[in-house]
Ligand binder design. Sequence first.
Ligand code: PRT
Ligand code: MG
Length: 208
Amino acid sequence: MLTLALSKGRIFEETASVLAKAGIKPLEDPEQSRKLIIATSNPEVRLIIVRASDVPTYVQFGAADFGVAGLDILLEKGSEGLYVPLDLGIARCRMAVAVREGFDYLAAVRQGSRLRVATKYVNCAREHFANKGVHIDTIHLYGSMELAPLVGLADAIVDLVSTGNTLRANHLVEVESIAEISARLIVNQAAFKRKRESIKPLLDLWST
Ligand code: PRT
Ligand code: MG
């Protein structure tokens, strides 16, 4: 039996076509069902539904053999114990720095001001600004980062942007791009050795 860890929402939706390539069809829709373990048309493959940021944890500990995780999550949490063989090219976006319209970010950086940065990607933010030589205080949020600059909680945010609609709707502007993001297949290293015969054909299908 192979266990694949996925998160609901865009990762599940966009992974469906990748799974279909290998003839794997979930027997229930996780958006409708409350089940956290979902059987598939392939009796040897089941899905577990977890929070996006928990996918690497399940795979690292071998509770799932493989999973689909955004590069954002991997950059933030590291990928120790994981084999990351494939960029699935789905759930694309970019990690970026954004500020309130009218906030003079370049001037703040030039003046060496200490910036307050709200984000769920604290490690990525620290690394990005350290590389620029900009001092920051990070404020760790779990969602709705876009609100922080509007109510004076932060000068800037580090968040994911795809269409840019959320930034525009909240009068924020992107001032720097940090990384291009897409979803990666991650595999437990021990499982990859032990279950190579069942995992390898899937990897071959998905890498073409
Ligand atoms: O929502 P929840 O708190 O449960 O978890 P999550 O937000 O981590 O999961 P989910 O399903 O929203 O995202 C899963 C993965 O999808 C992320 O880890 C990314 O790798 C990828 N992804 C791709 C995105 C986006 N695009 C994206 N646009 N994740 C989030 N967003 C959000 C972004 O944070 C911002 O609030 O969408 C908003 C911006 O979108 P635009 O189109 O308005 O620019
Ligand atoms: Mg989300």
